[in-house]
Design a protein around this ligand. Sequence first.
Ligand code: DGY
Length: 319
Amino acid sequence: MKKIFITRKLPEEAVAGLRELFDVDMWHSEDEIPPKDVLVEKAKTVHALWTNVADTVDRDVIQAGENLEVIANLAVGYNNIDIEAAKERGLTVTNTPGVLTETTADLAFTLMLAAARQTGQAERFLREGKWTSWSPMGFTGMDIFGATLGIVGMGRIGEGVARRAAGFDMEVLYHNRTRKTEAESMFGFRYAELDDLLSKSDFVVVLTPLTDETRGMIGERELGLMKETAVLVNAARGGIVDEDALYEALKNGQIWAAGLDVFEGEPIGSDHKLLTLPNVTALPHIGSASVKTRLAMMRMNSEDIEAVLSGREPENRVV
Ligand code: DGY
């Protein structure tokens, strides 16, 4: 019987189908990551690894997997996997595109609203018993309605955010490796060079994948181009935004606020320096976290694992 190692405890309904066909070994915890030596040990004996964004599936893990046929990653992003090493070994890597688009776009929009209107900060203030009276300029934020939105990385999630922005009467600029001319005319958003987008936008939302090309793409120079009233949202990957530069820009009032769902080294501790800033709204990488979407992502992974281990082509092949 072929073997599968699942690196996180998943709901039983998501694994039941695989259990009927394969020998499934599931990590005991939902929140704890299996250490590297465990991952390497498990890789030695299994035919499939079912991983997620928190697992570092590097060359050591991949090379250990003598019988390994497939790595299914519970995410659309796969920067946590050494794709070159997987290709060299002829492994199949699958992901979960499409199904999380709207949920992640919802979260990116949530961060825009929350950071612009300081809802996290205001809620903490209330819970701490500091609300003594209505205040004329207390917690005054930035308007979203009618503002200019710049989307960096116009893939499916970017388009989802742009569609939502239409309801807020926003002007939408985007920057992407390739022009989306059809979507431009359909939804009325405009292409802009990155510098132009940064200097014109009231909200900059980062949604590009993390690659060698995009690592550190938003650094000191780029933040310096943004408006002092601008809000930066990152719902993609931490490494795209230089966190030291972001900290300085937020601290010195070079930009107004940030809404972050992702960080360079996840998970971050409560002592992370960005969390010391009142103008940061921070979330623990929950972009795709709705019940329906997470179960749908699991279904996709499970079907793809079953397909590969049964000699069929998976639906969502990365390589
Ligand atoms: C993704 O799918 O890449 C998300 O970041 C994981 O929730």
